[in-house]
Every structure is written in structure tokens, then in C-alpha cells.
Design a protein around this ligand. Structure first.
Ligand code: PMP
Length: 338
């Protein structure tokens, strides 16, 4: 089940066509049990399916061949954010962060992955009846699942991507909170991403209701101008990304540089020297064009490139000083054998 990087680049999406892996072999977690993925189901009448009542995370796991280990990246932080999303959305997750970490590792072990993976913990409202309480979050039954599958890169981190400012605005905190990773809110991202792709771009960039730059459909945004690193601040209706935080921490730690967190104008992007997107899925994705304006000289900028290499070393466990960001999944099993 090991894929080469070339394989992964060819198969940016879930590789159903790959013979060695059958979707039917995957093991998921749902409500206390480890199940074949076909048995981990939610009814079409659930509040999750019908009303978008779920809070989720997207987590990357990286296989390290030399150490025969799979590292889940910033696992605790993802579960902490999921618990915060659940608090905002009045949902109950019946586990602590450390219990969730254990479950996540057990799901990886039961699948025996020896490759990069993408994991999606999902807390959801399982109730199926449509009653007068159908929209009262606290009156509905909770469920919890963790799904996972092999996944390589899905954005073009090698040559960079072309983006368009979306005609759709980012959801506003007092309408549907961008800070919480709520399933139903992703219709906002889906509309914008679909529009961008149908118009021939790779990705969209949202402005918020005030007309300032917010983020991509599933990524935060950074720009570099005259040597300064800038990113929209947390009050600009962004998801407070864990990769965003990682970049802010890494540039401070490695290069003693501070990232300016503030409102960003759309036209600042057009004249930026470099722009890149960050996300667990997108990692560090260079943006080389926005609305037909090339960014810098239209190739990957030097700071973006340096960050890509640093980030790659960190997530693959090659920088010991950031080891605390990695959760090894097989360590426990190996310790038991020794
Ligand atoms: N913004 C949105 C809307 C997202 O869905 C994501 C992906 N979770 C991000 C930003 C990046 O967040 P993270 O770095 O935590 O993956």
C-alpha cells in the first residue's frame, strides 16, 4: 500500500482505481465501535444530512519510511478546535482530547496504513425525526465518527495555482460563524470553489462582508510585500487555521519574523510579491496569479519556497525541535512487541 510521490501527484483525489487498496477494507470509528466503513453510516433523514448539523476536522497523517511510523500532524490542536466548534454549535462530544487522540491512532493502526492519509473526525446530530424541536440543537441526539483514507497532495504545490476573487462573500460571524468548522457552512465554500473552477481557475479567494480579504475555500491566505508577511486577522471571518498558526510560529521561531495580522485589501493581493495558501490539505500552496494579475514574476516566490521546504521537513518528522507537533500512531504497538 505504499505510493510513490509520482503516484500521489497523479492521484490527487481518493485513489479508488488503485488495485492494492479497496475502499471496502477501510475501518472507521463510529460511536464507540471500529467498523468496516460500509457500516459507519448516517440516515438520510438525520439532522446532519438534512440541516448540515455537524462539526468536523481535516487532519493529515504522514508516513515516514525510515522510522516506519505514521505521524498525525497537530492532532491535539485539531481536536481542541473541534471541541470549540462543538461549543459554538451546541453539540456534545463525549470524549476528551486525549481520548480522541487515542481513538485516532487506533483507527490508523486498525487500517495498517503505510502511506500518507487524510482523517476526518465528525461530531454530528443523528436525530431523524422532524418535530417542533428539529432545529433545537440541544434537543437532538449526538453522534461521533472518525473516517480516514490514503491521500497524497491535492493542490499543485510544485508550480502554483491560479485564483479568482469570488463573487460569493465569506459567511459572517453573526450569520454562520466561519470560526467554527460546521458542515452546513461549507455550502459557502462549495459555491465559491465551484464558480472558480467552472471559470477555469484552480481556487477562489473570498472577501468578507466588509469587502476585505478573508481566505480560500478551504485554506488561509498569506501575502508577502516588501519583505513583510501579512495575513488576514482572526476577526476577518476566517477559520483560524492550524497550518496558519504553524506558519506564524515557524517564521517567528526560525527567522525571528512577525506576521502582520490585519485587514487586507483585495488590491493588496494584486501588487503582492508573493501569495500562498495554507491548510492541512493544501499544506503551503503557492498562488502565482489572481484575477489575471501575475503575483510577483508569476513563479513561486523565494519565501514561499523556503516555507514549503521547512513545512515538509516538519511534517515528516525531520526537525526534532517540532516533534511535539507529531503524534506517532504505531509507537504504542511497537512498544508492545518489544
Ligand atoms: N479555511 C477554511 C474555510 C478551511 O476549511 C480550512 C481547512 N480546515 C482552512 C482555512 C485551513 O485550516 P487548517 O490549516 O486548520 O487545515
Amino acid at each position: 500500500m505504499i505510493f510513490t510521490e509520482a503516484d500521489q501527484l497523479r492521484r490527487w483525489h481518493w485513489p479508488l482505481e488503485k488495485e492494492e487498496i479497496s475502499l471496502a477494507d477501510l475501518i472507521y470509528f463510529q460511536n464507540g465501535a471500529y467498523l468496516p466503513h460500509t457500516q459507519a453510516v448516517v440516515n438520510v433523514d438525520s439532522a446532519l444530512a438534512g440541516r448540515g448539523m455537524g462539526v468536523f476536522e481535516g487532519i493529515r497523517g504522514y508516513w515516514n519510511d525510515e522510522e516506519e511510523e505514521l505521524y498525525l500532524f497537530r492532532l491535539q490542536e485539531h481536536f481542541e478546535r473541534q471541541l470549540r466548534s462543538a461549543k459554538i454549535a451546541r453539540m456534545r462530544i463525549p470524549y476528551t482530547v486525549s481520548e480522541l487522540v487515542d481513538i485516532a491512532c487506533e483507527v490508523v493502526r486498525r487500517n495498517g496504513f503505510r502511506e500518507d492519509v487524510h482523517m476526518r473526525p465528525l461530531a454530528y446530530k443523528a436525530s431523524e425525526q422532524i418535530t417542533s424541536k428539529a432545529l433545537v440543537m440541544t434537543a437532538l441526539e449526538d453522534g461521533y465518527a472518525i473516517s480516514v483514507n490514503p491521500m497524497g497532495r491535492y493542490m499543485d504545490v510544485k508550480t502554483g495555482i491560479r485564483c479568482a476573487i469570488s463573487s460569493w462573500r465569506r459567511v459572517d460571524d453573526n450569520m454562520a460563524p466561519a470560526r467554527a468548522k460546521i458542515t452546513g457552512i461549507y455550502i459557502n465554500s462549495a459555491l465559491a470553489k465551484t464558480e472558480a473552477v467552472e471559470r477555469g481557475y484552480d481556487e477562489c479567494i473570498f472577501l468578507n462582508a466588509a469587502g476585505k480579504v478573508a481566505e480560500g475555500s478551504g485554506e488561509n491566505l498569506f501575502l508577502v510585500k516588501d519583505g513583510k508577511l501579512i495575513t488576514p486577522s482572526a476577526d476577518q471571518n476566517i477559520l483560524e487555521g492550524i497550518t496558519r498558526r504553524t506558519v506564524i510560529e515557524l517564521v517567528a521561531q526560525e527567522w525571528g519574523r512577525e506576521v502582520e495580522q490585519r485587514a487586507v485589501d483585495r488590491t493588496e493581493l494584486y501588487v503582492a510579491d508573493e501569495v500562498f495558501l495554507t491548510g492541512s490539505g493544501a499544506e503551503i500552496t503557492p498562488v502565482i496569479e489572481i484575477d489575471e494579475r501575475s503575483i510577483g514574476d508569476g513563479t513561486i516566490g523565494s519565501l514561499t519556497s523556503k516555507l514549503q521546504h521547512l513545512y515538509s521537513d516538519v511534517i515528516h518528522g525531520k526537525r526534532k525541535e517540532y516533534f511535539s507537533w507529531l503524534t506517532p500512531c504505531y509507537k504504542v504497538a511497537k512498544a508492545a512487541i518489544v
